[in-house]
Design a protein. Structure first.
Length: 463
């Protein structure tokens, strides 16, 4: 609609990007990495594209294997015309337009060579380095995702680099503290945690002390967000003796835990981590509901995060309510963002959050943007509708990339266009007043300003 176009072009388009959740490698930003070619920046590590290519009949050699970069790109170009109605089709051509300036042709086998050569020539320029792309896309803040055992050397390097215009901060992601299903891998990780933290880990208390020291270390480097990837929430009753026994069995004895002991252990660790987040006034994020590594042979061959995950269908509400209530009763519930992967949980999340708003922090409990498989037009619309109907859209902290690619910042544009389309349609139909300053101001809040206020990170400009 005309109203949607006006909302986007006059209010949303020029807002800076506050990207509070991504998986970009800190090393590439710290070293201002220059990408060799389009495959290296576009296809490497992108399990969205690999999944689509496999579905189109492309052999694994051209996804994650030893084919040349040109061969991989050509097979991607052959796949793109088959993506109609998939968000990858939109993202692909939006990413070719920004930053490469290609808007007069579609990617297909016939155009692959000229697009390859054009983009590669641009990637050789300084303005197309890792930092150059962040500047081009008007990114003012970027949060990476980091394990507690990370030394954060690259983040320290960036913090001291006055030539770096964008703020790059770590996010504390302690998922492996709960990963007791593989005792050998858990022990190896705990040993590494002890080395990095300087704590001799012998029992559960010293394990928590090591986590606390790394939490402190992250805070000292500017971290103000934690992120927790969960299948479901854990909020079982437990005693200190039960948790100590569980930790000893899996860490010292190398024995797997039964389901009840594992749930009690995870409940204790998750509560302690959330308490640390509250003590430092961080924002905590919970990504939940993913069924991971479903293809055993592919997992053994390629590892995690290679395109073999799906939406899970576990009950979520009861444990989620117990978890947040336990924290709230003890004054340990900090600002929280929930990302559900199953769209059936949209209304559950939207209504659950209202139970724990505190009347002091606007939008303290947030329904996160549509995540992963839901990060597409229909998924974004459904998230916005659920939040609007059962919460306050005006307090929403907006979009993020959740990506491993420096070209993925067009997802902010993608989201902003969909948001403006919804609101513009409502204005046209008389469901919202035709007051562009009123509605446009909310658009700008959602695109940027709410995030600046919510995350409390010093030095981020308000526009």
């Amino acid at each position: 609609t005309e109203a949607a176009q006006r909302l986007y072009h006059e209010y949303a388009k020029s807002m800076p990007i506050f990207d509070y959740h991504s998986h970009l490698p800190p090393q590439q930003i710290a070293e201002d990495h220059q990408f060799d070619n389009l495959t290296r920046i576009w296809l490497a590590g992108d399990h969205y594209k690999w999944r689509a290519m496999r579905t189109a009949g492309v052999p694994e050699r051209y996804c994650t294997g030893d084919a040349s970069d040109w061969e991989k790109f050509l097979r991607w170009a052959e796949t793109v015309p088959k993506l109609l109605r998939n968000p990858l089709y939109h993202w692909t051509h939006m990413e070719l337009k920004r930053p490469f300036g290609i808007s007069d042709r579609l990617l297909c086998p016939a155009t692959a060579k000229e697009i390859w050569e054009h983009c590669n020539s641009l990637l050789a320029r300084k303005e197309f380095s890792a930092r150059g792309l962040l500047r081009q896309m008007n990114v003012v803040l970027l949060c990476t995702t980091d394990d507690p055992t990370d030394t954060l050397d690259y983040h320290r390097q960036m913090a001291a680099d006055r030539s770096l215009a964008v703020r790059v901060l770590p996010t504390f992601r302690p998922d492996r503290a709960l990963a007791v299903e593989n005792p050998a891998a858990f022990r190896s990780w705990v040993d590494r945690l002890g080395e990095v933290s300087g704590v001799r880990i012998q029992d559960f208390d010293s394990f928590l002390e090591a986590l606390r020291r790394r939490h402190d270390g992250f805070h000292a480097v500017g971290c103000r967000l934690a992120d927790h990837g969960l299948t479901v929430f854990y909020a079982e009753d437990y005693t200190a003796q039960e948790v100590e026994s569980a930790f000893g069995r899996v860490y010292r004895d190398g024995q797997p835990l039964d389901a009840e002991s594992a749930a009690k252990y995870k409940s204790a660790v998750l509560f302690e981590l959330a308490s640390m987040n509250a003590e430092k006034d961080w924002t905590q994020q919970f990504h939940f509901g993913c069924m991971r590594n479903n293809n055993t042979r592919a997992f053994q061959t390629l590892g995690p995060d290679t395109g073999f995950d799906s939406i899970g269908d576990w009950p979520q509400g009861a444990a989620m309510a117990r978890f947040f209530d336990r924290l709230e009763q003890r004054g340990r519930l900090t600002r929280t963002i929930l990302y559900n992967l199953n769209p059936a949980d949209n209304e559950l999340v939207a209504t659950m959050l209202g139970n724990f708003q505190d009347g002091r922090t606007p939008g303290k409990m947030q329904m996160g943007s549509a995540w992963w498989f839901l990060d597409q037009k229909n998924g974004i619309e459904r998230q916005i509708e659920a939040l609007s109907n059962m919460g306050l859209l005006s307090q929403f902290v907006g979009m993020l990339t959740d990506s491993r690619s420096f070209l993925s910042f067009i997802r902010h544009e993608y989201f902003r266009r969909i948001l403006c389309n919804i609101l513009g349609q409502d204005m046209t139909e008389g469901l919202l007043p035709r007051d562009f300053d009123l509605v446009g101001s909310m658009v700008q809040d959602i695109c940027y300003r709410n995030a600046v206020r919510y995350f409390k990170i010093e030095g981020i400009p308000m526009v």
